[in-house]
Design a protein around this ligand. Structure first.
Ligand SMILES: NC(=O)c1ccc[n+]([C@@H]2O[C@H](COP(=O)([O-])OP(=O)(O)OC[C@H]3O[C@@H](n4cnc5c(N)ncnc54)[C@H](O)[C@@H]3O)[C@@H](O)[C@H]2O)c1
Ligand SMILES: [Zn+2]
Length: 340
């Protein structure tokens, strides 16, 4: 097991990689533990024995709302939860985002931790202290920055994860390697087959490296004023593709990274050979690299991106594999890149 400690203004968080769900009791320091999980995870892992109470929510992005948060508050009240209660979110990014928000706001904040059960939650959602819900059709519109005391990343839990969900995690791992770690990128190129087979040693290495990369970027820029923006690599287009087509996040981000990489070549930051390496890696990991949906709809969705400034957009480009920069790009140039 490897522990990575993230120290930020919002407190410290220990990411426990290779730890197991069964050992959760070691990390919940107070008598009253309340688990928040979703119906799928609860069904598979039968969490009742692990805590005093279990609150179960539904699944899917549509339940990530203030209404769900309100339902959870109501259950906490009827369970007579108080300031000494400890909340553990056990699930993917949706459960963690909601549980973190609930714990940060209920009674002005109670202590909390996570067990991240999806690859995406282990490599991305559990790091960085962002918690929140969607509002009025906009993603993650309402929320807080606050660190969980611990995050357990148990590789065994990933075995029950559907293939499509695994891919979402792989897309974020490729993103981390592409923007910050050429060695990790090369490791992925050599070990993609074992990664796919969920070889626990390989998965642990990927989670450790991803968490290290994300946490060091976040530590330097906790509230997203500067450097943290590079974590949006592939995501400006990715979110637009997700909105326009409804494909899962990881698949949209994979396509978004392909477009961002092509733009990087246009601006002479990246060689064609490096661009090809990125595409080949995504392809080997069974992630999509082709834009299938109508470009105009994607551009329309892009126009609603909250990071838009004037007629330009702040865009993350690669400057060699393992290095990212943020550049202003006009809509005309983006349109050309999508069409081309
Ligand atoms: N806070 C952050 O920094 C951050 C970062 C990235 C993403 N996110 C958020 O994370 C969310 C997506 O998270 P996700 O991809 O983990 O999706 P998710 O939480 O919806 O989980 C995906 C599906 O897998 C199921 N599942 C979870 N664990 C399982 C397991 N071990 N075995 C079988 N099934 C399991 C869930 O029930 C769900 O149906 C989005 O809402 C996104 O905004 C947050
Ligand atoms: Zn993402």
């Amino acid at each position: 097991m490897e522990t990575i400690t993230i120290r930020g203004n919002m407190g410290a968080s220990s990411i426990l990689i290779g730890e197991h769900l069964e050992n959760l009791h070691r990390y919940v320091p107070v008598s009253r533990t309340i688990i928040i999980t979703d119906v799928n995870v609860h069904e598979i892992y039968r969490l009742n024995t692990m805590a005093d109470d279990v609150i179960t929510i539904g699944t899917g992005e549509k339940i990530k709302t203030l209404e769900t948060v309100g339902d959870i508050y109501a259950q906490l009240v009827s369970l007579k939860a108080d300031r000494s209660s400890f909340i553990v979110g056990i699930g993917g990014g949706i459960v963690c985002d909601i549980a973190g928000f609930v714990a940060s706001t209920f009674l002005r904040g109670v202590r909390f931790g996570f067990v991240a059960t999806t690859l995406l939650a282990q490599v991305d959602a559990s790091v960085g202290g962002k918690n929140g819900v969607n509002y009025g059709g906009y993603k993650n519109m309402v929320g807080v920055f606050n660190q969980p005391e611990f995050v357990i990343c148990d590789p065994d839990l990933l075995k029950s994860l559907p293939q499509r969900e695994r891919l979402c995690g792989f897309a974020e791992i490729v993103k981390h390697a592409a923007i910050a770690d050429a060695d990790l990128f090369a490791y992925l190129e050599q070990n993609y087959k074992s990664a796919h087979a969920l070889d626990s040693q390989v998965i642990e290495k990927l989670v450790v490296d991803s968490v290290t990369i994300k946490s060091s970027i976040v530590n330097r820029d906790e509230t997203e004023r500067g450097e943290r923006r590079i974590l949006n690599f592939g995501h400006t287009f990715g979110h637009a593709i997700e909105k326009a087509t409804g494909v899962p996040h990881g698949e949209a981000v994979s396509r978004g990274m392909v477009i961002a990489s092509a733009l990087s070549v246009r601006r002479a930051h990246l060689t064609t050979a490096e661009d090809q390496r990125l595409k080949a890696l995504l392809h080997n990991l069974k992630l999509p690299t082709r834009l299938e949906s109508e470009p105009r709809r994607i551009l329309e969705a892009l126009g609603k991106d909250k990071k838009r400034e004037d007629n330009c957009i702040n865009f993350v480009l690669l400057h060699k594999i393992g290095n990212a920069i943020v550049d202003k790009i006009s809509f005309e140039e983006l349109k050309d890149a999508i069409d081309g």
